[in-house]
Design a protein around this ligand. Structure first.
Ligand SMILES: [Zn+2]
Length: 144
């Protein structure tokens, strides 16, 4: 069966479909986003004046998406680092609009209290294990 090329106008994916000649003009769903895509006529296939294709393969689209996500992760991290440096506190809260702010004093205190409670529970747990002759462990695994 001949192979036809399709181009998705929504996510710019270029994909190939092998199908009978009789169905050559039927539309296909984009492999990435499901958008109904039109078959490309041969003159449209990856041709541009600069000799660089404006169409993208699956790998290119996936790669660009990964790069974008990685960039977002870095932007968020540097935003958080900036706020931490400015407030002098490591504790942050996420605001409803998705940005970060230094955590209010009550929240910091609350978190510290939970941390203390956990540390106390952990040390009590260790003492208890020691009493029973079970070797100390850094984890709170259930006793055998
Ligand atoms: Zn698509």
């Amino acid at each position: 069966m001949p192979i036809y090329e399709y181009y998705c106008g929504k996510c710019s994916l270029l994909f190939e479909v092998s199908k009978p000649i009789i169905k050559y003009d039927s539309e296909e769903k984009c492999r990435m986003c499901g958008q109904t895509s039109k078959r490309m006529i041969s003159s449209e296939v990856g041709i541009s004046v600069k000799g660089e294709s404006s169409h993208k393969t699956v790998d290119q689209v996936v790669g660009e998406d990964a790069a974008k996500r990685w960039q977002q992760y870095h932007d968020r991290k540097s935003e958080k680092d900036k706020i931490r440096a400015k407030s002098g506190s490591g504790a942050l809260v996420k605001k409803p609009d998705g940005s970060y702010a230094a955590a209010p004093k009550e929240i910091v205190e609350h978190r510290n209290k939970i941390g203390e409670q956990f540390a106390t529970a952990l040390s009590e747990h260790r003492v208890d294990r020691e009493k029973k002759g079970i070797p100390a462990s850094d984890t709170m695994k259930p006793e055998e």
